[in-house]
Design a protein around this ligand. Structure first.
Ligand code: FAD
Length: 465
């Protein structure tokens, strides 16, 4: 064997979970080594959040470039050089990933390229193409993330795409089938629809965007319809036949078998945690039946010097959750009393318009035994939204009836992803509807909707009868 290298804190995976954990651990005085088998930044920066938002923006600009009859804006000959779009997307990703590298180095974190395999609770092997090196560690944070699920009848190929394949297309498809109307399928489907692709979504359940309230989905579905997106629900995808320059997808709906031809089929039916090929069984780390690692409030696994964060643990597989858990784990290793508390954690879909939710929905609050008030305010009654010509949607503020405590909010509308942060703070800080109503919001801004929703909760809205 080789001579083991001793390290203090070992972080496995440099996605938004791992790299944030490494930086925080270094800030708190730990000597940190981070190992990444792929690219710094993980899924989020390389093939997830960031490139998808770049494509969404480019699609949005394309849609807008066609002008707007209502506003008297006419354009002709809109062209999209998709190679340029992809290049630009690449520069955004590169800026961020090299930024992460700079931050890690600046915090004196050792970066190692290679794949980690655990031997026991204090030992791991790191393998690259040529070598295997043994490391011993005092503490470890596992942040290996997740991978797209492949359906056996839809083997990924050049025409059968996972989200990464869909992000990296070289041309704008004429037709694309999207299997799975979750948030990833909806976001990418919308982006390509805005570029002019004819999109058909095959969703197995009764509705797309599971987890969001019906009224919120309605706002998005109306826009998708306008873009010509065809959503087929309760459709079971059966199989795919690859032709020379396209695909033939078969599916079953209402007991009938149908087929549809397209250039590509994008399969977004969920992601599975990367916990299988790590040697975790040699360490005895407990997982649930879905392969998610069990952790306590400090992100500690059943092995007391090993922590797990991000997509490999329970809860919503989102980047900001991974980063948050990364900080908690790093702080816990440093002896701080930090504990996870997801109360103010938002969930966002970058659809058109955006959907965002934080804390309780009205129904969840009722189920939890709260006597609640749900105060709704429409974007259509907001001056800024109207002058943006983007006034579909609403905000729903959930407060506790007895004292007006803010316990949740749902937003469907432009900039919902940013607007939800204000409610996150209100929840974290234990604010009431009155606190929000008393806060002067700039006019005209979408933020005023939050102030008005708080006024609705108090029974005194100015811009609503
Ligand atoms: P990852 O980002 O998956 O990083 C794990 C890293 O570990 C990888 O780089 C991997 O190479 C490395 N690794 C794995 N095994 C080993 C090993 N044995 N040794 C060494 N390294 C290893 N979330 C949001 O919050 N907002 C969004 O808008 C959003 N959009 C998304 C869009 C798409 C198309 C996709 C696919 C995901 C999106 N997500 C979004 C989800 C988000 O990307 C993930 O929740 C997030 O990346 C999880 O972070 P993580 O640190 O747990 O893991």
């Amino acid at each position: 064997g080789d001579f083991p290298i001793e390290v203090d804190t070992l972080v496995v995976g440099a996605g938004p979970g791992g790299y944030v954990a490494a930086i925080r651990a270094a800030q708190l005085g730990q000597k940190v080594t981070i190992v990444e088998k792929g690219n710094l930044g993980g899924v989020c920066l390389n093939v997830g959040c960031i490139p998808s938002k770049a494509l969404i923006q480019a699609g949005h600009l394309t849609e807008h470039a066609y002008g707007n009859e209502q506003l008297g804006i006419k354009t002709e000959n809109v062209t999209v050089d998709f190679t340029k779009v992809q290049e630009w997307k690449g520069t955004v990703v590169n800026k961020l990933t090299s930024g992460v590298e700079g931050l890690l180095k600046g915090n004196k974190v050792d970066i190692i390229k290679g794949e980690v395999y655990f031997v026991d609770k204090n030992t791991a092997k790191v393998m690259d193409e040529k070598n295997s090196q043994t490391y011993t560690f005092n503490n470890c944070i596992i942040a290996t993330g997740s991978t797209p699920i492949e359906i056996p009848t839809f083997k990924f190929s050049e025409r059968v795409l996972d989200s990464t394949g869909a992000l990296n297309l070289k041309e704008i498809p004429e037709k694309m089938v999207v299997i799975g109307g979750g948030y990833i399928g909806t976001e990418l489907g919308t982006a390509y629809a805005n570029f002019g692709t004819e999109i058909t979504v095959l969703e197995g359940t009764k509705d797309i965007l599971g987890g969001f309230e019906k009224q919120m989905k309605q706002v998005v579905k109306k826009r998708l319809k306008k873009k010509g997106v065809n959503i087929i629900t309760e459709a079971m995808a059966k199989g795919v036949e690859e032709t020379k320059d396209g695909v033939k997808v078969s599916y079953e709906v209402n007991g009938k078998e149908e087929t549809i031809e397209a250039d590509y089929v994008l399969v977004t039916v969920g992601r599975r945690p990367n916990t299988q090929e790590l040697g975790l069984e040699q360490v005895g780390i407990e997982m649930n039946d879905r392969g998610l690692i069990k952790i306590d409030k400090q992100c500690r696994t059943n092995i007391d010097n090993i922590y797990a964060i991000g997509d490999i643990v329970e809860g919503m597989p989102l980047a900001h959750k991974a980063s948050y858990e990364g900080k908690v784990a790093a702080e816990a290793i440093s002896g701080e009393k930090s504990e996870i508390d997801y109360i103010g954690m938002p969930a966002v879909v970058f659809s058109d318009p955006e959907l965002a939710s934080v804390g309780y929905t009205e129904q969840e609050a009722k189920d939890a035994g709260y006597d609640v008030k749900a105060a709704k305010f429409p974007f259509a009654a907001n001056g800024r939204a109207l002058s943006l010509n983007d006034s579909d949607g609403f905000m729903k503020l959930i407060t506790r009836k007895e004292d007006g405590l803010v316990i949740g909010a749902q937003i469907a509308g432009p900039n919902a992803s940013d607007m939800i942060a204000e409610i996150g703070i209100a929840i974290e800080a234990g604010m009431t509807a009155e606190d929000i109503a008393l806060t002067i919001h700039a006019h005209p801004s979408l933020g005023e909707i939050t102030m008005e929703a708080a006024e609705v909760a108090l029974g005194t809205p100015i811009h609503m009868l």
